[in-house]
Ligand binder design. Structure first.
Ligand SMILES: *[C@@H]1O[C@H](CO)[C@@H](O)[C@H](O)[C@H]1NC(C)=O
Length: 523
């Protein structure tokens, strides 16, 4: 099948070349070079075929002009031949993508070598052009990424090329060899020079610039921030959102202008990552986030989990209830599923962006993500102890209370070798069964019993039950966890359950057993 299709393409290309040559010669009022037609329908690829055309059929008494012309045609043909070879090699790669691991003939191996050394579109080159400075920076960073990227990665990019070139509906393999996948870090920046603090940590903990290219995307055109970013030279790729115009909003939303600009910026920047840079995934970090030492390790380990489980749509480094007193410092390696989209350092796959991009909202993108129409009952992975903390927000921001609350989130300091661990317990089927069992086998207590002076003496875990929006809020507030709900989902909640430490004991704030769905009207 594949071979046949490849031959067809080649024949078509060959016809095209032959026709062009004939036309050219005809226009010069000379008899056409003989035997060109013989190539049509023959198995292409023989080098001699082209050589034959060069000399034999041409009349002896040629003017110098025609010789020059013939030479030009020859050069043209050489170029065309190179193109054909590329098509041929693409076909080979494509064939390999189709039946993974199957025999690699000498022929295709040769082609592969050739492809690797050809100047195909590098992973971090850009199609569109902006100002010169950006271009140079992109160039600087793209090089190491391209040269160090694994074969698997290169093939993946080629697969994308093929898809574009021949317009076939073939899909990329969804389980790419995960240990070597490139995971770009997208840093969202605007007018805060403190982006420096984010970048310092990212660069400090980054195990490999090739596997984790840092793309700093800047909105707002703030010169001083741009200088800070530029000072990192080729350690980061600096791109700038080109449209700095105000966004037309309805009068009562004028004060939310900033949220509109953020949504526009995310939209543009994610399109850059996935469409211009052709990446297969991304980790999004904002300019006020500081990352933990195992930040990169965390996402690399979760990438295959995210790929494998369609009921997951993100992995986040953030625990909304990650304050010091609420987390178990001895459980740095503990991970959870959550129905609440946490954001704040999160991984997204290209397939998910393809789904969200066409309907991306004009403002408040994070709460939009939390709506049932977008979430579609999918969950994220989050850690017991945050792998990001936020160091102060201003301007477009959440309230003062939230600010002060966020300040106390504990940042993990212990490096957990997640990639060496079996994280399959996070896959839905396994997880749900164990999680439900664990939660509902914990003794049900009144929350007053947990408070100081209460009657409980055991180490826990304990379960506190809520049944209404108001009872959830009262308990949450009294136990010290976030009490807000978005589209009915409490922060960190999984199947309605919020899991945290209270005075050193594990507590599950949970709905009645047999929970089936969130009540979207709870907010
Ligand atoms: C959802 O919550 C509202 C307000 O708390 C309540 O009136 C309504 O009955 C709930 N709906 C369901 C299906 O439980």
């Amino acid at each position: 099948m594949v071979r046949k299709k490849g031959s067809l393409i080649l024949c078509g290309a060959f016809l095209f070349v032959a026709w062009n040559a004939l036309l050219l010669l005809y226009l010069w009022g000379r008899p056409p070079i003989g035997r060109l037609g013989e190539g049509v329908g023959a198995e292409p690829g023989g080098k001699e075929e082209w050589g034959v055309d060069r000399g034999k059929g041409v009349p002896v008494n040629l003017a110098a002009e025609v010789i020059r012309l013939a030479e030009e045609v020859e050069i043209q043909l050489e170029t065309q031949k190179e193109l054909l070879k590329q098509i041929e090699s693409h076909r080979a790669v494509w064939a390999r993508q189709k039946d993974v691991g199957k025999r690699e003939t000498e022929d295709t191996k040769e082609v592969k070598q050739e492809v690797v050394h050809q100047p195909l579109k590098p992973p971090l080159s850009r199609k569109d052009s902006e100002d010169e400075r950006d271009q140079t920076q992109v160039k600087n960073t793209q090089k190491p990424v391209y040269t160090v990227a694994s074969d698997a990665k290169l093939e993946q990019h080629q697969a994308i090329d093929i898809k574009e070139d021949i317009g076939e509906g073939n899909k990329l393999p969804t389980s790419v060899a995960s240990p070597e996948v490139v995971i770009p870090i997208l840093v969202i920046a605007c007018d805060r020079v403190t982006v420096k603090r984010s970048l310092e940590r990212l660069i400090q903990y980054r195990p490999s610039p090739a596997l984790y290219p840092i793309i700093v995307t800047q909105d707002c055109g703030h010169a001083e921030t741009a200088r800070v970013i530029a000072s990192y030279g080729d350690q980061v790729t600096h791109i700038s959102q080109p449209d700095l115009s105000d966004i037309r909003v309805r009068p009562e939303h004028r004060k939310f202008q900033g949220y509109y600009k953020i949504a526009r910026h995310y939209h543009w920047a994610l399109n850059q990552v996935f469409n211009t840079f052709s990446q297969s995934t991304v980790v999004i970090v904002e300019d006020d986030l500081e990352v933990a030492p195992d930040f990169f390790e965390y996402f690399r380990a979760l990438y295959p989990i995210l790929r494998a489980d369609p009921s997951l749509w993100c992995a986040s480094a953030w625990n909304d209830n990650g304050r010091d007193a609420l987390v178990d410092p001895s459980k740095a390696g503990l991970l959870y599923r959550t129905d609440f989209f946490p954001g704040l350092g999160w991984m997204l796959l290209k397939e998910m962006w393809d789904e969200l991009e066409p309907k991306w909202p004009s403002a408040f993108w994070d709460d939009w993500m939390r709506q049932p129409e977008q979430r579609k009952d999918r969950s994220c992975i989050r850690p017991e102890i945050s792998r990001t903390i936020t160091f102060g927000r201003k301007g477009v921001s959440l309230g003062q209370f939230f600010d002060q609350y966020l300040r106390y989130i504990k940042l993990n300091t212990e490096f957990v070798p997640f990639t060496k661990q079996d994280l399959s317990y996070l896959l839905k089927e396994k997880y749900d069964e164990n999680f439900i069992k664990e939660i509902y086998s914990a003794p049900l207590v009144k929350f007053e019993d947990l408070q100081q002076g209460g009657s409980l003496r055991g180490p826990g875990p304990y379960r506190v039950q809520y049944s209404t929006r108001d009872s959830f809020k009262v308990f949450a507030r009294n136990l010290g966890v976030m009490d807000d709900l978005k589209s009915g989902v409490p922060r960190t909640g999984y199947r309605g359950i919020v899991n945290f430490l209270y005075r050193g004991r594990r507590v599950f704030l949970a709905p009645q057993e047999g929970w089936t769905q969130y009540n979207v009207s709870w907010s």
